[in-house]
Design a protein. Sequence first.
Lengths: 528, 495
Amino acid sequence: MVGCVGDISGPGGASSGGGGGTGGPSAGGPLLPARIRRLSNAEYDASVQALLGTAQKPSVAFPPDSRQGSFTLNDAQRIDPVLAKQLDVAALALVSEARGSGKLTALASCAAGEACATTFITGFGARAYRRPLTADETAALVAVYHAGADGATHDEGIDLVARALLQSAGFLYVTELGAPGATATSKVTLTGNEAAAALSYVLGGIPPDQPLLDAAGAGQLATGEGREQQARRLLALPAGRDRVVRVVREWFGIDRIADTAKDSTVYAAFAGVKASMEAESLRFIDEVMSHGSATVGELLGADWTIADAPLAAVYGVSSAGSGRTSLTGVGRRGLLNQGAFLSVYAHASETAPVLRGVATMRRVACMALKSPTELNIVVTPPMPDPSKTTRQRFDVHATDPVCQGCHRSIDAFGFAFEGYDGMGKARTTDSNLPIDSATVVATGLDFDGSYADSNALAAALAASADVRTCAARQIFRASAGRSDDSVAVAEAAFVEAWSALPADAQGNLIETLVAFVRSPQFVERSAR
Amino acid sequence: MSTRRPRRPEPLSPTRRSFLKAVGAAGAALPFYQLLEDSVARAAGDPQPLRFVTLYHPHGIAAEYFVMQAGDTETAFDLGFANSVLQPFDDAGTYGRSFKDKLLLVEGVDLLSNANGHDSAGTILTGSRIDSSASKPLNSSLDQFLAVEKGLGAATPITSLALGVGNDGTQAGATLSFGPGGAPLPKMIDPVQVFNLLFASFVPSNDPAEQAAAMRRRKLGQSVIDFVRGDINRLQPRLAAPEKQKLDQHLSALGDLEKQLGGIGTGGGPTCVAPGKPDKQQFPSLKQYNGGEPYFDAITNAHIDLIAHAFSCDITRFATLYMNDLSYSGNPLGLPADNHGSVAHTYSGSPVGSDGHPSGPGDPATWALLGKFNRYCYAKVALLMQKLDQLGVLDNVLIYVSSDMGNPSLHSTRNVPTVLAGGANGAFRMGRRIKAAADCPTNSPWCGPSDAVFNKTGANNHLLVSIAQAFGVAIDTFGTQTDTAYTTGALAGLK
């Protein structure tokens, strides 16, 4: 099937088409376009927590983030009527809490009146906007203060200002526009404050802290070295560690374990270990990134995990508690063979070789793969047949001339996982027939070969240079907040810059992130 | 034309108040009435506006128990046959009356999503192919087209309402309402939140202190909106066109927020009463896969109650409700815990409702299982009709009910079960069963939408054109397909 499987040049590349893309002439230039970006739900929570000292996470009541390429930091977040209402409700509740806790009193601890309000507005407003306010903005907020305070109390005026700021464009959108008033040329450069916000949200999921604002004020973020210094500081913070774990989970799609369920008549144990699976991937990724090699190779190839006792029992090993549990005895390797990945990419009552295969190809190898819809193919899933294994039923793909072009590749990956059932438990039989997980991968990439099962495949993927290149692309997509075809040239430019890293740094995700924030691409934008 | 029927009192909870009556009758309520001056008032004798609600039910249909039975004609048909999934529409014992005369059942409608059945809910109101890489359709949905783009939702405090049961996702398979370009609209899944949006700030009071507080809330809210609007307008000129769209959408959302400050519409139905606030205890969990399943039934009922009251009070005229299944062990239907895998996927259909794929006789045991779930979903539609009827606005509502599939084990998006209900202000001739022309000629029974011989008149696009026309919007084409023959022209036989 022409147009099914391409090389790893990514969307818009010279291959047979990206994951749903056309690429080509409209694929933009090497710079990302100037833009505004609405805070994701997690960024909103972190931002109101930093501003008001609250422990609340108001976004639990918001609609879920729109995703782009499975990432939440992206260009697709919008404010629609439902969210606008919820932002208003959240702002009221947050202000009420901050008034009750004394936080707002402390923030505006001066003698009641417009002068005090103006001091509060310029100080609190600058923190909300992540930059100093303009005179117009200050004047507009003083008017808000009077609307609240006149005929009422000073505190009510302050409360109303805080409520307005929490719903303002300046707070809700991160700008990547350069200095206001600059004459639009072909290129703009982020202001120091914009660079600070970009660094803190991309690397920590939080608004800029004081050291970052100081660095911005001193002009240090204009240089790659200055940004690298701040980046390494941010990545070592708890917020930085959490952010990297989030990026990896979104990249593999395993954050969806929270929304995964199984037929309890088939996988009775799943409900009891679902939380353990989620905890495993959080701890495992953090361990690799913070105490391990921080490489995609280790994420995919590790022969250990961090599993609690119930999950270790599913794996057939004994738990080492919060330490590393060895999996060498059972042969399980890396993220792709952990419960979260195997459960997310499976159906409620059986495995899903196609889902597992497609996820591996797209997410781990960045292989271009078109959907049946794009190829105008009518999908007819195999009917249940208790006399056959799942693999035997799906093998119809290999004989159907319409399906086989794509599915020879997809199934070669997907069948390798058949040694694990729909919740990731090892099995030797399916429908009382022996499991066959042997596979031959023939993609033209450097991990082609014959593998006994998904663990052998994982070891090959872990050692692959092509997979390292894919990891760099995914880090770019997660951090730039763009994965659409219109920025394919910018992605290619980053991959080229990244390929200049020393070989041992290329698979290192921290070094890849640092390479991105060091590059001029991080602070330069194409003008409108 | 007055379509009012004598009020049918339903048992009112003690908290329910016929507050609009009070506003109209009592001079003491005048200060609050002035709060309402921004909303559009209609004189008592004016015709009722048409309301539109679309309900989605998952997992397709047991066609055997949906289609016309032997002996049925267009106007004389039986809904009470054995295993009938449509039985709730003719069940006076449960719903107070039969709704057969308020029903227009359409067979043979196709959802041309060009996607797996699971992604096809997004086609129901858009008539669009689904872009699977972005999981969205290519144009706005009819409810948004009418309410927002044609301004038909402008007169009510809430322009439109998108509700869901258990699933707040916005991918094409989980969404009915889409803005321009097919941008999905989020659904509200918490009935308490929905109640607060629709009714909490609107319930008037004769207490002067409460009226003053309402007045102040409105003033403060307006001040916040004015500031945010100014903030957006200061940023807007610095942006390139695609970025401006983000702020345009934000401005439009603020417009909605502003309308909500205005208060309840004064043109409500004959018996506008505020519903009781949903009891949070009835659904301690809301989300699918996160413990919400046992409460889906209660959530569905609460949503239906809120939609009916919002319509009767003219708080909104456009709503969508994305229903869910009952996938948990011990569900009241006695279905297997996994409805999707063990009911929908195991359905073994007969040639009835087949999309031309070769089919054996099928397995009636599997029809009954799926049919039981289908009947449950249609019972929710009947419940909505009952409430609208009790509130006196059933004749002023058009209800459109669809699933994302016909035969679910084939994931077929053809022969999708289509129910139109309500009085529709007389736009459609109800009390009938009709069939769209067959998709394929007898000499090419397995044809598909990409084949020249495929009949283009069964696409649900035509139904969407008809509904737009029922709202007085003179369009002749709706949706995005490869061939305009699919998108152009009204569906035959509705009038």
